[in-house]
Each structure stands twice: as structure tokens, then as C-alpha cells.
Design a protein around this ligand. Sequence first.
Ligand code: ADP
Ligand code: MG
Length: 622
Amino acid sequence: MPDIVQLLPENIANQIAAGEVIQRPASAVKELLENAVDAGATEIKLFVNDAGKALIQVIDNGQGMSETDARMCFERHATSKIKNIEDLFHIKTMGFRGEALASIAGVAQVELKTKKAEDITGTYIEIENSVVKTQQPIAVQQGTSISMKNLFFNVPARRNFLKSNTSELRHIVDEFIRVSMAFPEIFFSFTSNGQQVFHLEKGTLKQRIVQILGNNYAAKLVSVQEETDYMNIYGFVGKPDTAKKTRGDQYFFVNNRFIKSAYLNHAVMNAFSDMIAKDSFPMYALFIDLDPSRLDINVHPTKQEIKFEDEKIIYAFVQSAVKHALAQFSVTPTLDFDLDISIQQSDAVSKPFTDDKRSAAASSSLYKTFTQKHQAHFIENKSDLQHWDSELSVVSGQLSVDGEKEFTSQGDLDKNNKTEYTPESLQKKEDKKPTNNNFIQLHNSFIIAENRNGFIAIHQQNAHERILYERFLNAIKGKPIATQRSLFPATIELAPGDTVLLNELLDDLQLLGYLVEPFGNNTFVIQGSPADVVQGNEKATLEKMLDQYKHFSNDLKFNKREKLLRSMAWQQSVKAGTSLDQKEMESLINDLFECETPNCTPNGKPSYLEFKKEELDKIFGR
Ligand code: ADP
Ligand code: MG
């Protein structure tokens, strides 16, 4: 038998390794931007075509590479940033693994142009499938330009796995924001298919945040700043009134590296606890600086998760720093910031770290309250509706609220959504319909109406969401809603990321009656709105719609249109708490029972519940 173990050819090894570092166009964008930052650039320009599938190019004015370095940088484990394992614990650069360029060269057609300040000529290299095609001297300015074309051209399985352009572009925008926010002293621009999406002049962190997240935050940022021997924190949180329904604008950076940490996020949320609604998310962009030897950034190939030497300390520190900041702006009455002294004196700061301490930290009461609280919150969130149901059945003994009520656990659109109601048959619909027009509104939220079997309680907002959803669906399917031109068109200015989103929705919005035109510079003009909606609120409507849209946007189940329809229906629905007169109730109920599926919202919340007379009789002992 011949021996069978062999070394993989280099290009195959690179393709496999690329799977870890380069999952999608956005990961290549991140690596290229970080290399430019590491090279000391003061200007970095990003260009993409076709959401990065056709082209990703990064041009910087950093230190550039010599001819030999230009050739070497595409080798696996080729890096100028560390020399031995010790260096790993003092990392100040974004990169250090020496894998990015090798991976990229393994899965794309790459062109590199680079020149150092002191060199007379630069170097041009073309490399494809890890094989150098061309290398020659070239006249260029100091710095580096790397362009990669046709990502995954030689790994069709990966190419096929890429998502729609909208979704890949969204990921690229996210990565661009995460790098550019951390370096306000560097100029960044981002151009997609020839259109400039971001143009970020050098400035302060505050200016950078406003440039990226939009002018709305300009007067709404609270500065966070605390320094100790152990660590520093600085950055901004949004005032409580800027908290949104979506998690979007939340950024943590450790030593300028964007990280994801549910744990630290919880610390901030805790600091905000009583100041914002339970289901809303405050904006924050917080930077933690600490000695690199106190953390391990090596745990995650794309370096988004890191391990702290002592998480508990960081948690307490973040929470109190944010509380302190909010207190100073007198948005919270009491302040408790005695923690920074206690942190400074704590063992973890003053003594070396051991395994014993790690387990002590995990069993500490602070840590435990955190995990327990978190769970309690989770349960609380899910229970609302079920809890109401069970109360009802306890009262009634055997009252069934609605014969065919069925709970399905799959397809929960909104995490707070609890249960999903399944559509009723048409036959049932006739049965449920009110038999007269004596409607009673209760608490400005519910409408009681008599029907054949007893009575129904209608939730006005849920009912209206259903009506609007079906109306919009028909519009999209070919019965566009008439547009009324505005005499004084409003303009709307968005954050650049939202501009990308809205651009994608313009055609569908027009079918829904909204005529919106791009006006450059992240501005849009609202030329017209649906003829059947009172004019004057278009701007707020579109802003709220986008917010809600993003709320759905991580949900892969729904396509762009479905998300738009649901967001619009939710946005325009008459809210609970609105008083309705007889005529309004009548038309709401008529419209509801004209619907194909009247008994639930598109997201599966019930729009009405039926209370049967015979069962009410039983409850009352008759
Ligand atoms: P890493 O960043 O982890 O070192 P990369 O594969 O991203 O690994 O890059 C390899 C090396 O190529 C870097 O260490 C750096 O020396 C050089 N390099 C990459 N991009 C640039 C750039 N834009 N300007 C100057 N040098 C660069
Ligand atoms: Mg790198």
C-alpha cells in the first residue's frame, strides 16, 4: 500500500483558510480597512461595486510596502506586526495574524499597487488563486491600493451562498462604520457603484459619530469619560429620549477594536434601566482602553469577541461610568459612583490574575445577579399574552376564548410577540362578524361588538394593522395606491446607512403611494403621499417606517417587500389609546371583516377574541 498522507497545495490551503477569515465581502472590507489603518494612513477610500461581489478596492496614503514586502504580504502567516508569542500580548495594531491577504489572494483576483515614501518607483502585483500573474515597477503615489475582483470566483459553493446585494451591502456599511468610528482622526470615504455613501472629514469623535449616525444625535450625546489605573473609558451615550426600537446604534470598542459583547451591553442597559422603556435601545459608542496584556483578542478569527482578564470589573466599571455620565446631565436623580474607588482598590487590579480569581469572579454576587436578572427579564418578556390567557381560563373554568385559537411556536417575528394566531377559515369569519352597529369603545383601545354567538372584543390597533397590511399587499400586487402630490414637498435627511436602505425601497414605496426622490447627500424629497392619508406627517412616517424596517431586518424569513409592508402597516395603524367615534369604529370593523384573514395581525397577534354566550352563561352558573 502506498503512503497516502500528503500536504495540500498552497492555493487549496489558502482557500480553506480563507473560509475562516473571509466569509463574505464585508469581511474582506474589514481586513483591508484595518490594514490601511495599521499602515498609518490619514486618508482611506473604499470603493465597492455590486455589494463587493464584483469589486472591493481600498486606497490609502499609509506607509506603503517595499518590493519584497509587496510580494511577501500574500504569503500565509506573513505579517510585520508580531515576531513572537510575547508580542501577542502587547498588540496595538488591528491585524497580527498575517492571514488576510493570503486568504483574499486565494479567493479573488487581486491587484496591488504600493510605494513607500523613500522609494522612487512603486510595485504592481497581480495575483489570482494564490498565483502571481504579473509583477512590475509602477509610478504611483505613496501608499497602497488593493483591489479584489470577483470574490469567490474559484469557489462557486461560497459564491452561491452570498446573500442579496442589499444584504451584503448592509454588512459592508456595518464594517465600514465600525472601523471609521474608531478613527475620527482619519479621513474615510465610501463609494458604492459610483455613488458616494460616506464622506467623513477628519474631526473629533463626536463629529464622527454625528457624521455617521445622523444629525439627529447632534444635541443628544452625553459624554462618558472615566480614568483609572486599570482602564479608561470614553465615548458617548445618547440621551434617553433618543432610545430606539432597534438595537442598531450600539458600539463597543476595546483598544479601538469593535467588539460584540452581550455582557458589556447589559452593563450599559442596566445603567439606563429606569430611564427608557423596556423594549427600547439607547445609542452608545463607548471606547475602553486597557493594557493589551489584560485581554486575549486571539479567541475569534475575525477578532470580534475578546476575553477580558476580569470581566466583572469591566462590567461594574462600564455600568458606573455610564450612570455617572447620565447623572451629571441630571437625567437621573441619584448617582452612585463610588465604584471607581473600590475598583481601584480591588484585588483584581492590584494583584496578578489567577484561575482561583476567575472562579471567584464567576460565583460573585454581582455576576450572579446579572445572570439571574437577565433570565427573569427573558421570562417576563415572553409571558404577557399567555399569562392573560391563563388568567381568563382560571376565571372561567372551561371558557374557551376562541374555538380555533392555536399557538404555534415557529415564525415569531417580533421577539416580544409571544404567541402567533393562525388564520381563520372564511366560514368562521362570517360567524364572527358583528350582527349590529352598537359598538362600545373601552379604554380607547378595545371595541366590543355583539355577534351571533356572543360578543367579540376587537383590539383596534391590531385590527387596523391587518387592514392596512392587506391593502398594501394589494397595492404591491398591482393596484397601486393613488399618490397626492405635495404642494410643499418635505425633505428628509438620513444617516448614510439608512440612505442605502431607503434607496432600495423607493420603487415599492411608490406603489404604496409615497413618491420619494433621492436628492444627493443623504437627502430625499417627498414629492407625494398616499391620497387617502392626511398630508403633513410624511417625514415622521418614513423615519418611523425605516426604524421599524430595521427592527425586522435581521429576520431572514422575510424579504424586503414583506418587511416594508409590515413596517408600514404597523406605522400607519391607529394606535391603542386613540378615541374613535361611532363612524370610525364602524368603518374599522367593516374593513376588518372585508379582509381575507381578519383574525390576526400579519405578525400573528390576535385582532379580536370571541366570547361565547353559552360559555358566559356557564360561568355565571346558568
Ligand atoms: P496582518 O494585518 O495580520 O499582519 P495581512 O495579511 O492583513 O496580515 O497583511 C500582511 C502584511 O502586509 C501586514 O503585516 C503589512 O505589513 C502588509 N500590509 C498589508 N496591507 C498594507 C497596507 N495597506 N499598507 C502597508 N502595508 C500593508
Ligand atoms: Mg491585516
